[in-house]
Design a protein around this ligand. Sequence first.
Ligand SMILES: Nc1ncnc2c1ncn2[C@@H]1O[C@H](COP(=O)(O)OP(=O)(O)OP(=O)(O)O)[C@@H](O)[C@H]1O
Length: 237
Amino acid sequence: MSNAGDLLKVEGLTAGYGAAPVLHEVTLSVGAGRIVAVLGANGAGKTTLLRTLSGLLPLAAGRVMFDGLDLRGVKVEKMVRHGIAHVPEGRGVVTELTVDENLRLGGLWRKPREPLDEIYDLFPALAQRKNHLGHQLSGGERQMLAIGRALAAKPRLLLLDEPSLGLAPKITSQIMGLLRDLRDRTGLAVLLVEQNVRSALSIADEGIVLNLGRIAAREKADKLADDADLRHAYLGF
Ligand SMILES: Nc1ncnc2c1ncn2[C@@H]1O[C@H](COP(=O)(O)OP(=O)(O)OP(=O)(O)O)[C@@H](O)[C@H]1O
């Protein structure tokens, strides 16, 4: 599932922490306007994959190309300028800053700064809490803020790690619906790491199953959702 129009192309990626690789020769691609779900058991390497793609961890081998640019030479803090935003697991909201200040951090590198109206339209709950501090928000509101901050940077690719973590099903489905809308309206591409397999596959175009740091399967999302053998083998349901 790789073609000339791919925004992100990962080839033979090997990476991890220190000498022992966690990811082994991972090859995948994400096209513009596509949502690709990354699934797999605890410890499969999903978070490590996102951390490597966003430049937080070095590549031991392989190549990551984004819209024709080799990301090996790009510093982590410059990724956002190239159109890649990462929402880490655990959300990454600055708890001492207000909602508004957190959102402004996302678009800080843009000059002139753009108003945040679009983000507040997407997340009315945040609009009502512009002056609340990060630590005064609920888990769901913090997750929305972390995603909102990433979107304020106007990325072309969102690397999203476990957006459903600790959230009520209703909030999770709101967030999934929002991602689908953004994909359809703006052509946003998303690499979505999720434990909530059903939610992720309900909005994804493709699904990738990681097992012990290797790609065990790569399928269209509806096919993956229907593949009972694969689900039993790697996803536990
Ligand atoms: N900072 C670290 N230093 C060393 N090893 C790590 C570190 N973080 C994760 N690992 C190891 O890397 C492997 C993959 O972890 P990773 O967090 O990428 O898995 P995951 O698929 O995201 O799991 P989960 O679904 O539980 O979040 C695990 O064996 C883990 O112990």
